[in-house]
Ligand binder design. Structure first.
Ligand SMILES: *Cc1c(COP(=O)(O)O)cnc(C)c1O
Length: 492
């Protein structure tokens, strides 16, 4: 399998090269030249086998042993607390929840970030890249910890995470600050998330800086879902969730289903789209947005317009105005027309706007449903779901549930992707449940455990008594020096 650019500006590369590069150097994202299709429906009993079958046709330059090694190191009983990596809970005759948060940090990003570092290591080997890779991450909370856990103790790779000082929850702050591992670095930046992201982008685009790094035998890279190595592992859980439902006799083999996904950067739902193209009987993919409804507006009007207010919501991991992976989806929708993608995205970067034509909008309409949900409705949905089913969801999952209710009902069984454990957003979950919100986040965590009669997720449990290892607080201007100092320490 070779990878081409969504903007038609790169020669085809191998998966190792695509993973090593992250994105197309001239701009654009790597996409598989074709999407493999499974002619026989496959029934597997383990997540690991499903992952192997799904990933093998995409990573053809990885040997069976190499891919197997990545999978067994990423998905095992010490990394995930559910035997099948994900959990499936049927909450009504028409709806199940696909819990993607059984990994080490209680966020769905673990599923991809537990395996991506192994892909990166093999990709470096295969491409003869001997430089030490420094992963830079700007995070509003969840990605930072998932990336730290994924990359900690990775040979030849170090990771630096920047988060907004005072801008993440206490649980999220402690999760990052207590990370162990010999190659992990964390700094709180006196600024907001945008400042962190802009700071990281400036470091990436500083030519002199990267030339200097290169001389020292270092290179910079990122861990976000524009990297194919992070996106492709997500396809596997769509297949596995379907299998689990067949096994539980909730659906019959070949029954069509819908998946509803709380969406930010469009990575998760794009993996669902690839699963559909590969032959999984998905009738509808439902793209659920929060108050930052740029995707929902785009799908309904055909115009992507980022000139709008940005809202901080109670589902912060979906607070995004540029959904990077949409570009990959549009490339499939416009018949792989790279020139057209190029002109849309030039327009987006100069004016903040681009529009698609009717025919492309129609092909999107036949693939996707979409909706957005305002804050009070998210909170109501948490209470309603608990009252009706006894199940407690986090604020992101509640966005998807509310969107389903607004757009449905559907004939098919609908699977809602649950992207975070309720223990990670415990104060807003308590508010949703209509209970008193304690001042202390850990009290809210305990209350949720009492109400739901489920144990606290191990990512949150005991967090308070863990040793704080990272307590740097820096200004925006110091981000580059912070990075340089770390690199100089590693180089010694
Ligand atoms: C990252 C994240 C999302 C959004 O996923 P995308 O792949 O960016 O669309 C939704 N919910 C949670 C909890 C997340 O961490």
């Amino acid at each position: 399998m070779k990878y081409i650019s969504t903007r038609g500006n790169s020669a085809a590369v191998t998966s190792a090269q695509a993973i090593n590069l992250g994105m197309v150097p001239q701009g654009g994202l790597f996409v598989p030249q074709s999407i493999p299709e499974f002619s026989t429906p496959f029934i597997n009993d383990s997540y690991q086998k499903t992952a192997f079958q799904v990933l093998a046709p995409f990573l053809t330059d990885f040997s069976t042993d190499e891919l197997g090694d990545c999978i067994s190191r990423a998905y095992n009983s010490s990394t995930f607390d559910a035997p099948s990596v994900l959990g499936i809970k049927k909450i009504s005759s028409k709806m199940s929840v696909m819990e993607l948060w059984h990994g080490p940090t209680a966020a769905f990003k673990d599923v991809a970030l537990q395996i991506m570092p192994h892909f990166m290591q093999y990709s470096k080997q295969k491409t003869g890249n001997k430089r030490h890779t420094v992963i830079l991450v700007a995070t509003s909370g969840d990605t930072g910890k998932a990336a730290l856990e994924g990359f900690k103790n990775s040979e030849g790779i170090s990771i630096i995470v920047f988060y907004p000082h005072g801008g993440v929850s206490e649980v999220q702050r402690l999760q990052m600050a207590t990370t162990d591992g010999s190659n992990t670095y964390v700094a709180a930046v006196k600024g907001n998330f945008d400042d962190c992201q802009t700071g990281v982008k400036q470091i990436f685009s500083d030519r002199e800086f990267s030339t200097n790094l290169d001389k020292k035998g270092f290179e910079l890279s990122s861990a976000n879902s524009i990297n194919w190595g992070r996106l492709c592992p997500q396809i596997a859980y769509y297949f596995h969730a379907y299998r689990m439902l067949v096994k539980d006799s909730v659906i019959k083999e070949n029954d069509p289903v819908n998946f509803c996904v709380p969406t930010g950067n469009f990575g998760n739902i794009l993996a669902g789209y690839y699963a559909k193209m590969m032959g999984l009987p998905i009738r509808r993919l439902i793209c659920a947005s929060n108050k930052n409804r740029i995707l929902s507006d785009f799908f309904s009007t055909g115009t992507y317009d980022r000139n709008r207010d940005f809202f901080k919501t109670i589902s912060p991991s979906m607070d995004i105005l540029i959904s990077s992976n949409l570009e990959r989806f549009l490339f499939e929708m416009n018949g792989k027309n790279g020139d057209q993608i190029n002109s849309w995205y030039s327009s987006l970067s100069t004016t903040g706007v681009f529009s698609i034509d009717k025919a492309i909008k129609q092909s999107i309409d036949s693939t996707l449903l979409y909706g957005w949900v305002d804050e009070p409705e998210v909170l109501n949905t948490i209470r309603e779901t608990f009252d009706q089913t006894g199940y407690i969801t986090d604020t992101h999952t509640a966005v998807a549930m509310a969107a389903c209710k607004n757009i449905g009902p559907f004939d098919e069984h609908t699977i809602v992707a649950s992207t975070a454990s309720p223990y990670k957003f415990s104060c807003d979950v308590m508010r949703g449940l209509g209970r008193a919100v304690p001042d202390d986040e850990f009290e809210a965590v305990q209350s949720i455990s009492d109400i739901s009669k489920t144990p606290v997720h191990r990512a949150v449990l005991g967090l308070r008594s863990k040793t704080v290892r990272h307590n740097a607080v820096i200004t925006i201007d110091q981000m580059k020096n912070f990075t340089t100092d770390i690199i100089n320490t590693i180089a010694q």
